[in-house]
Each structure stands twice: as C-alpha cells, then as structure tokens.
Ligand binder design. Structure first.
Ligand code: SF4
Length: 382
C-alpha cells in the first residue's frame, strides 16, 4: 500500500484505515512515508509559535471528562482575567519576543453562571465574546502580539467580528463520534461538544475565509475508525473552503482529579500512527503535535510527519495540561536540529494564509506588516 503512494496526493479512507492499524513491524515504513510527505510539503524546517497563554476565564458551561482547566464559580482557582492582567501578561510576553496572544477560555459561562453575568456587567460587557473581542483589540492595539482566540462555538457574526481583531482563530473538532456524548463518556454534559455544531463553526469560518486551526483529540473513547473519520471531516471542509491552516493531533493525558482519572492514555505508537495518517491524508496541510504531551520522546513526532510544534511559551504555563511543562526553547531547538531540521518562529497565522488577511487594510494588517519577515515567518525569528 505504501509503495503505491503518489507524492503530494492524499490517501483514501480505506488506505488510512489500514495504515492507522498497521503492525509494529510496518510502523517504520509508515513513518518513513509520512516524513517524506512532510519534506515534499515544507522541506527542512519545523515551525513553532512563541506565545503567551491568556486564560481569559476558566469558567465554562461544559463538563468535559478530561478537562482540568474548567471551574465553577465556587471552585478554588476560578478566575476571569481583568484587562490589566491581560495587558501585563501580553507586555511581559512582548519582552520575550512572543508574537502570539493565545486566548483560551471556557465556552459561554454566562449562560450557566449568574456570577459570570455579574463579572461581565462589572467589566462593562454583554457577554464573554464581547469581552474577548475587546481584549483582542486591546492586545492588538497596545502590543506587538497578534491574538489567536479559542473561545468555543462561534456564530457567523462572531467569526466576522473576531476576524477583525485576530489573524486566525481555532476550535478543536476533537472527534466526530456522537457516542462520546452519552452518559459517562468524555462529552457527557458538554453541550458545546456536539460534533455537528463544531463542524458548523469550522465551516462558517471557511465561508468567511478565516484561517482556522482545528484538530483531533485522541484517547477519549474513540476508535481508530473515528480518528480517520475526524481527519476526513476536517479534510472535507478544507477541500471545500481551503481555510484549515493547521491540524493539531493532541493526545489525552490523564490527571488525578479529572472524571477520566482512571482512563488509559493513548500509547506513543497510537500517536505516531495518527500523526502519520493525518500527514498522508492531508499532505499539503500544516500538521502539529504538542511536544510537552509526548515528552520525553517528543522528537519521534518529527518522524511521523509533523511540520510544527504549535504554541510554546517562555512565560506562561500550559493551563490545559499544567503538569506537562513546555520544553525550554533552547532544548526544543537543539533536539529539532539534532534531527536534521531548522526551527523557525512563525506567527499565529501561517505564511500561506497571510496575504488574504493582510489584504484588508486596518490595524490588524498594519500589525502583521510590522511582525512578518520576507518568508512570512516572525520577523524576530529566533
Ligand atoms: S475542554 Fe473546554 S469546553 Fe470542555 S470543560 Fe474544558 S474548557 Fe470547557
């Protein structure tokens, strides 16, 4: 099957299903094919985005079984950042040459919690999304960082509004398996994790030509067939709209205090197979896997066809997986280069999507012009 691969041409569903279930004996050949496909797409370079992580609010109306980030208002650590806190973190990040302000937050907490409605009223905003929009605009105006919001499901109107203050945005599809919504499964009591709703948000971003980051989460109760199905759903949207700037393959990591504390983690072999099949299904799409979730063996992901390490922060922790610190950037560089690749800092929007965003005159375009180098990467490239 691998010998019949045609460089640059995506594999079929049946081939993907066969490859993702390959034996350990066949795995090296699968990885070789995926790495070759990556090298045809973007030879010699692995990128990352130097970012600050801004957890604008950790209140969330969903209760995903693997989540350690979310809080109810009465939980210890429940917090909504003030504009001053947002700006302070962004300015600290600016001093460390960060170029991305990643806004990660719970989905529509004000629909469930009167405390969040009160916080928003006090801050002077009608909803979490209105507040997010204002904070993106604040960071864009006051610093050199470029916002990348990840606020959950979005309507057409909100995609349009946020795209005026951020060059890209994101929503993990996670999975297309609706069975994970059933009682006791990962998305039990998570109304915003209905796959059809998430696909609708991603599609709407496509209609508006907004560079979009999405991906799948493996090890939350889905099958290998579901993994292929999720990748195909993303590929299908990208074929129709051409807006998927990046596909993240993220592995579930267990934590002692989450509802899924007793679940097994996906193996490194499952991770490598999924990344490799993602690369072969989408040979010309940026494929990313977070190094901290595969440490200490993260460089093996380079052999499975990734071309990006995602957002790495020299300042803020990974609030989604706080027990897994990001690698030090010097270490990441050393280990990337030891495996034959140059490490380059990119912006939160990938080079091939920049012209479309920069074509619209205004503050966002001005800030992008100031941040970008002649290859579409970060001007202050490390
Ligand atoms: S994963 Fe996101 S949507 Fe789910 S509970 Fe956590 S913050 Fe909320």
């Amino acid at each position: 099957m691998l010998s019949r691969l045609r460089p640059g041409l995506p594999i079929s569903r049946d081939t993907a299903l066969c490859l993702i279930r390959c034996s350990d004996d066949d795995l090296p050949e699968l990885l070789e094919a995926a790495r070759a496909a990556k090298q045809s797409f973007k030879p010699g370079v692995i990128t990352y985005s130097r970012k600050v992580f801004l957890p604008l609010t950790n209140l969330c109306r969903d209760y995903c079984g693997y989540c350690i980030f979310r809080r109810d208002p009465s939980d210890p650590g429940a917090h909504t950042m003030t504009p001053e806190e947002v700006l302070n973190v962004a300015r600290e990040g600016e001093k460390l040459s960060c170029t991305e302000a990643l806004f990660s937050l719970g989905d529509k907490p004000e629909l469930l919690f009167s405390e969040m409605r009160e916080t928003l009223r006090h801050l002077g905003y009608k909803s979490t999304l209105h507040y997010l929009e204002a904070m993106c605009e604040l960071v864009l105006r006051e610093t050199s960082l470029l916002p990348h919001p990840n606020p959950g499901l979005l309507s057409a109107e909100w995609i349009a509004r946020l795209s005026r203050v951020s060059p890209s945005m994101g929503l993990m599809l996670e999975t297309t398996n609706v069975e994970l919504l059933r009682p006791g499964a990962a998305h039990d009591n998570a109304p915003d994790k209905v796959p059809a709703k998430r696909l609708r948000t991603i599609e709407e971003a496509g209609k508006q030509k907004v560079p979009f980051t999405t991906g799948l989460l493996i090890g939350i109760g889905e099958s290998t067939e579901d993994r292929v199905g999720t990748l195909l759903a993303i590929r299908n949207l990208h074929e129709r709209y051409g807006h998927i700037q990046e596909v993240i393959v993220q592995n579930f990591r267990v934590k002692p205090t989450i509802p899924m504390a007793g679940w097994p983690e996906p193996s490194q072999g499952e991770m490598l197979r999924t990344v490799a099949v993602a690369r072969l299904l989408m040979p010309n799409v940026n494929i990313q896997a977070p190094p901290n979730l595969s440490a200490p063996y993260y460089e093996e992901l380079l052999y499975a066809g990734i071309n990006d390490w995602g957002g790495i922060s020299p300042l803020t922790p990974d609030y989604i997986n706080p027990e897994k610190p990001w690698p030090h950037l010097d270490q990441l560089r050393l280990r990337t280069e030891a495996n034959g690749f140059k490490l380059r800092q990119r912006l939160p929007v990938y080079p091939e999507f920049l012209p479309g965003v920069m074509a619209k005159p205004g503050l966002l375009s001005d800030k992008l012009h100031a941040a970008v180098d002649n290859q579409g990467l970060a001007r202050r490239a490390a």
